[in-house]
Structure formats: structure tokens, C-alpha cells
Design a binder for this molecule. Sequence first.
Ligand code: C2O
Ligand code: CU
Length: 428
Amino acid sequence: LIPGTYDMATMGYADFGGGPAVGHAHGTGGLSVDTLTGPSSGKPDVTVVLTARRGSNGRYTLNGTSPGPEIRAVKGQLVQVTLVNDNVSDGVTLHWHGVDVPNGEDGVAGVTQDAVRPGASFVYRFTVQDAGTYWYHSHQVGHEQVRQGLFGALVVTEPVFAEGIDQVVQVHTFDGRRTVNGRAGESALDAHAGQTVRARVINTDAGPLRVWVSGAPYRIVAIDGRIVHEPSDITGKSIIVTAGGRVDLTFEMPASGAARVDVGAGAALVAGGAAAAPEPTEVVDFLTYGTRAELGFDPAKATRNFDYRIGRRAGFLDGKPGLWWSINGHLFPDVPMFMVATGDIVRMTIGNTSGEVHPMHLHGHHAVVLSRNGVAATGSPWWFDSLDVGDDETYEIAFVADNPGIWVDHCHNLQHAVDGLLAHLAYT
Ligand code: C2O
Ligand code: CU
């Protein structure tokens, strides 16, 4: 393997090369190095050391647990995480999914850093600018390391103390068993009558997740770490959380003290012994949910327009013949980079005629949904970093290019990323 280049998708095996990583050294001419990394000096407000290990059962842990420790910070704080690789022979990195960090902290092996080899460590430093629910996971051989547990939750709260219960609901399927915060079946939710519960649902699996609350009226207050404007009651409906995506739900505990959050397959958080309610058939559509609010930029003034058309075709990937995912008809790595300049307003049409759903994840940015299948979004601005694009669906999205570097934009069904569904957004 050649230092600083890709081998397969970056989800696959990246090198341990000694050369400088691509994002730091090349391809970002004219930009200062400072814009590419987090603050190099200053005392961190939150300091965490995470030691990655692979067990003999093939499971990965961080500091001995999976999910790894929940990291909490307050908006504006400087977070410093030291990743130590104990014995992961493939190497390991940490990517801060949904946090728009400077490029050098993004944790993508083969793009922004080399994978951390056994016995070595890497320090990530970044300021958390936006309150919200996020997660972290390895971005080296991610399709295996994430599936087998190398991830954890990252919660950024507002500086003002919110009353009530603030509960992470991290959902992952281990060997066919769905778990919430690492536990299968029902676990206790410690909340009593009158308390407000904020449930931060994080889908760390490869496919969409159905979630519903019963026993109390509930609302969606945030999607992918971004606030929903004037959300309405969605009692009797369920929501779908995109693979890699997060949805924050709130409800007030009823006088009975009994309510529950179900994530399917018998896994749930249960307060007061609430009995299981049937799964609602109606699903909330984020396209129309909440009310309109300012975007902060004008998508009509786009300075770049891109197509990101997902298909499937025969060809070779890493020398292997097969049916691979294509982007605009090209197979990885022969997919032209999407080139932008700082300050661009970017519109992208994401189409999918590949026969499967793809949870598309753009690093380093939040984008807003403009339309789906030609139908304009009319609800609260639907900001996202992870978006399910179904077969035969077309989304029009927009974002501001305000975070220089080289970013991957890939399917978060991580096996699909290995099988070619990965592109790059690069700043000139
Ligand atoms: Cu959560 Cu590139 O991934
Ligand atoms: Cu996919």
C-alpha cells in the first residue's frame, strides 16, 4: 500500500504509511493549514482517552465497553480525545459523525489521516459549535469495526441546563440481536410522572430504524443534531431514523408514570412497566413536518450544481469483477471529485435507480432537503447529514461550502461504501 493514497474505498483497508495525510498536504492549495485542523493550543474543556481493543470474539470495545463511553460537552467547548490502539491489527480511527469538525479531525483513514496502528495513538481536538446528538465510530475497515461495536455517543448540549431526563438511545444490532445502549430486550427508563424526557435516538446499524413512543404524546425536536421548527404532536405515528442518523424525541411523563420508547425487535426503554403498544403503521414525513423557517442562505443563488446518481453496473473493483455501485455511471475510484470553493452555494440532485435504499452521509457539512421526487419541502427546514435515498427516489439538496478540505460523501450501509458507493467533495 502506498502512503497517503486510498486502497479500495476508505471504508476498507487504508494504509499505515508514514507520509502526510492527503488533507493536510495536497489538494487544498491556497488555504492555510489552520483552517484544516482544530485548535492546536488551549486547554481542553473535555478530555477523553479512548482505548480501542479487539476481543477474541471479534467484538471491538473502547475502554472495555461497546458502545464506548458516552461523551458529553457543552456547545462552544474544546473537546480533546486521545485514541489509543491497543491491539487492533487493521488499525483504527475515530470519525465524529455529524459534527462539522475541521477536516484534519475528521478521522477518515486514507484521506485525513493514516490509521492508528497497534501501540500508537492519535489526538483529536475540535470545538463543538452546534448542540445536538452525534456519534463517533471507526473509519478504518468501518464495515467490520462499526458492525462489531467500535462506536459511541457524543452529545453536545446547550449551555442552559434543560430540566428533565436526557437519555441516549443508541440502537445497534449485534449478531442479529437488536440492542439499546448495548442491551437487548427491555431496559428501564428512570423517569417519573411530570418529568420531560428527551430521547436521543442514534441508529448505528446499516439500515433504516423504526422508532415509536407510546404512553405519552411526543414530538421530534431535532433531526441529525439540527432543531425542528415548531414540531407538532405525532402520537400514534412512528418515525424512521436513517442509518447513521439521529432523531431527538421529547415527551412528558404521564401521571401514570408509564411510557416507553420502542425500537423494534423487542428492544425498548420502558418507564413504569408500560406495556408494549403495537407498532404504528403511519410514519412521519420529515418533508412536511414542522413549519418553515429561515435557511440562512438562498438555494436559488447556487454557484455549483451537481448530480449524484446512484446506479449499479458490472465492472472491476480492486481487481475483482462484480456488480458494483456506480456514481454518475462511474465505478470507484474513477468517480470525479465534486469540486467546490469556500463560499459556494451547492445544489445537488441525488438520484437512485440502483434497486436498493442508500443512507447517504456527507462529512463536514449539514445540507437541507429542497425536494423529494419533485415535491418541494414545506415543513421545518430539514437539515441532515444522513439521508435515506430509496430506490427510484430523487432528492434535491443544498448546502453552503464553508468547511475547507477533502470530505467523503458515501453510503452508510458501510458494506456499500466498500463496494464503491463513495465520492469526495474537495475544496479548490
Ligand atoms: Cu459515520 Cu463516513 O461515516
Ligand atoms: Cu448503500
